[in-house]
Design a binder for this molecule. Structure first.
Ligand SMILES: Cc1ncc(COP(=O)(O)O)c(C=O)c1O
Length: 428
């Protein structure tokens, strides 16, 4: 098959006509498919169905009854589990409720209302607050800081993480830059893991703003697709340890959850931070809540007492996710690769495949898919303000549909990618 850009006009018109008739045939099938959000499939949810087995005693390892008020920081066994996951001492971990996004939102709001430590001005009193956003990135991160009126500065992602030269320069020269959103492992949506060098450069940043904070959202830190093949897994250096070496540990907040380990709506979450950040955060957190759901923390900690038991659960998730990812990648390879109209990343973990359509066609691809019954994440959603300057990136989420549905969905997606590209090239 010839590349689309190398086709004569006549060949291109012919290609367009053929693709359009394939598309029309799809429309007539009345499909109802969804690859929009990274939701676990039914089979994945069933993996941990015994999690909520009745607990006969409600005592944590200190002997405290988890049904009662108390322990704002969470039960010791849950704090220890997340300490292991996030590679931070458990004394600096707060085990939370169902959502790590909620912890991030609250962390931003505390900085906004009270400042990140007592000696710093609350961000709400500053004329402008800027945030760095590696792109493409997670739309819900951007939505939080956008809702508070922060100015977003997109930072391009490279194969080993965000552009550190740009970050170094920007944070050093502008003290209104107060933070950065990071998904350092199997990033959403690119599936990129930051290299050791990138993590070390983060730890060594010298921001002009002393209250600059890195929001290290390690949502996919145990989400390998090839858990039994270490050579096919990414590895992430501990940012907390790297910061300790630099004496910069106040600069980072770490987050994780079990949403994609146990149950997305009924998991547990955690945040970890330096001793100074911890004291201040706990003081303010105690105004917000008497405590998180420790009954759920106990159920989780009994079900998965340590990292190795988490890894066992994750290996079963991988068995379900791997064929879905491979199906998507194989389809793209067979259908799109020869045409030279798009690129995509081949993640070794996480929940997404980041697809870069012919610039100027992502919105059209998403619209064509929708018209024929396939819902995708909105084009542009992976950029602050929903604006992808190249109109190219589309986030594919293969976890939720069955393999059969995914096969249909990818056939339709590939037809739409081709049709939108042919349309665009013919219009030039
Ligand atoms: C990068 C990232 N962080 C956080 C979340 C949400 O996590 P939680 O369910 O713990 O709020 C998601 C969900 O898709 C995500 O992709």
């Amino acid at each position: 098959m010839k590349k689309l850009t190398e086709m004569s006009r006549e060949e291109l018109s012919q290609f367009y006509t053929q693709t359009e008739s394939a598309y029309t045939a799809f429309k007539l099938r009345g499909l109802q498919l969804n690859m929009a959000r990274g939701k676990p499939s039914q089979e994945q949810l069933d993996l941990t169905r015994n999690l909520h087995q009745p607990i006969t005693d409600f005592l944590d390892e200190d002997g405290d009854d988890v049904r009662n008020y108390g322990k704002l920081l969470g039960i010791p066994e849950a704090r220890r589990l997340f300490g292991e996951i996030l590679q931070v001492p458990s004394s600096q971990v707060i085990a939370g409720g169902v959502s790590s996004l909620n912890l991030m939102y609250d962390m931003i709001c505390r900085a906004y209302i009270y400042g990140v430590l007592p000696q710093y001005t609350p961000w709400r009193l500053l004329p402008q607050v800027k945030f760095l956003c590696p792109v493409p990135g997670y739309d819900r991160h951007f939505a939080i800081t956008e809702s508070l009126g922060f100015t977003h500065i997109p930072v391009p992602m490279h194969d080993d993480g965000p552009d550190m030269d740009m970050i170094d320069r920007l944070v050093a020269e502008d003290d209104s830059i107060k933070g950065i959103w990071c998904v350092p492992m199997y990033s959403n949506p690119d599936g990129i893991t930051y290299s050791d060098a990138v993590v070390r450069r983060f730890a060594a940043l010298k921001p002009a703003a002393a209250d600059f904070r890195i929001f290290w959202d390690n949502a996919y830190c145990v989400h390998h697709l090839y858990p039994n093949q270490p050579e096919r897994q990414d590895h992430l250096l501990s940012i907390y340890e790297a910061c300790q070496e630099q004496g910069s540990e106040d600069m980072v907040y770490l987050f994780a959850s079990t949403s994609k380990i146990t149950m997305a709506s009924a998991g547990i979450s955690a945040m970890a931070m330096s001793p100074a950040n911890f004291v201040w955060t706990v003081e303010k957190l105690s105004l917000q809540t008497i405590g998180y759901n420790r009954v759920n923390q106990l159920m989780h900690a009994r079900y998965m007492p340590d990292l190795s038991s988490v890894e066992q659960v994750m290996s079963r998730h991988a068995d379900l996710l791997r064929p879905r990812f491979e199906l998507v990648l194989n389809k793209l390879q067979a259908e799109i690769s020869p045409l030279g109209i798009a690129q995509w990343r081949k993640p070794r973990g996480g929940y997404f495949i980041s697809f870069f359509a012919l610039p100027g066609t992502a919105r059209r691809v998403v619209a064509l898919c929708k018209e024929a019954g396939l819902v995708l994440t909105g084009a542009g959603a992976t950029y602050p303000g929903g604006h992808d300057p190249l109109d190219s990136n589309i986030r594919l989420a293969p976890s939720y549909p069955s393999l059969q549905e995914l096969e249909r969905a990818m056939e339709l997606f590939c037809v739409c990618v081709k049709l939108a590209a042919a349309e665009r090239l013919l219009a030039q």
